[in-house]
Design a protein around this ligand. Sequence first.
Ligand code: SAH
Length: 378
Amino acid sequence: MRCKYYKKCSGCQLQNLEYDEQLRYKQKQVNTLLSKYGRVEKVIPMAEPLHYRNKVQSMFYYDFRTKKICSGVYQSTTHRVVPVTDCMIDDEAAQDIINTITKLLNSFKIKAFDERRGTGYIRHALVRTGFQSGEIMVVLVTIKGSFPSKKNFVKALLDEQPEITTIVHNINPDGMNLTLGGVSEVLYGRGYIEDTLCGCTFGISPESFYQVNPVQTEVLYNTAIESAELTGKETVLDAYCGTGTIGIIASKKAGKVVGVELNSQAVRDAIKNAKRNGAENVFFECGDAGDYIHLLAQNGEKLDVVMLDPPRAGASVKFLKSLCKMKPKKVVYVSCNPETLARDLRFLTTHGYKTKLIQPVDMFPYTKHIECVCLLTR
Ligand code: SAH
């Protein structure tokens, strides 16, 4: 076993395999599911497949034996926290910051929230790093109130970890939940960080969605955008666009890009991101991707290229049906789940499309997950 926490944490399902064995395992899985729709290329591996996660989250709890606050990983199934102080896939600087926070919580005597008793104060911490910008954001999540001796705590944290660029206090009264609550106070810096992907700059606030492996995200996005062979004239739909990353990067090579996304906060982030990059040919709509493309089809609009990056459930039938009605010349499908991708490829290939490329990309080494880019043409 490479990782001493493996049995208890279970975050990295394949960590008992060497990296090339993991790649073979993933290749086989993708081949089995997708080879009936076209030739499956070799998985693009990650050159250095360790410490790739730019988002590190740790729970705090009181250890009655050592009488200290400790940090660890939350097991949602058991509601138990597994003590983890170093992880092979998390960013090392971020882990170091979590360990410093844990130490300071003990010296400041700030109590960890106790789920069973409903007592205590701090629940978890989130550290997000911009791999290219070097900016680091710390989010301290408590279940109530203002942060005790916050000035001194922030000063002590910055003294030990001067590379932190912003610190946010978030209040989430739902102590059982690892997510963020609605109320935030910026304790230091500007309250968000920026990072660069494929030459474009993106903002990352405490709650915004951002791919967790930025190195492989560039590989994934480049593969997807290059496969479309844009000439600068096309009208492109970026469906399930999140904070607009794919569409904004593609907009440099397209005539016009429209992004559609269900989450309204992500759409607000996407609009800001477009401004940040001076991308004036990108527009965003908030709503269901299926409803939106259905509307475009009804209005007789034209699309040259549809790029989609849906969640694990894949695209909806409504989306695929309207897509086939609109007949864009190219479809670039970015998928995080080869099973739903297989289902959707079956639909597209029986409704006039041909698969030209199936390219798996390893975005999550040591876990069982695999990402794929597919190009389809009419
Ligand atoms: N392309 C982005 C985000 C991909 S994640 C990136 O690479 O960062 C998938 C996105 O689909 C999420 O942002 C999620 O909010 C959005 N989504 C989920 N269901 C949706 C739907 N029915 N219509 C539109 N967007 C949806």
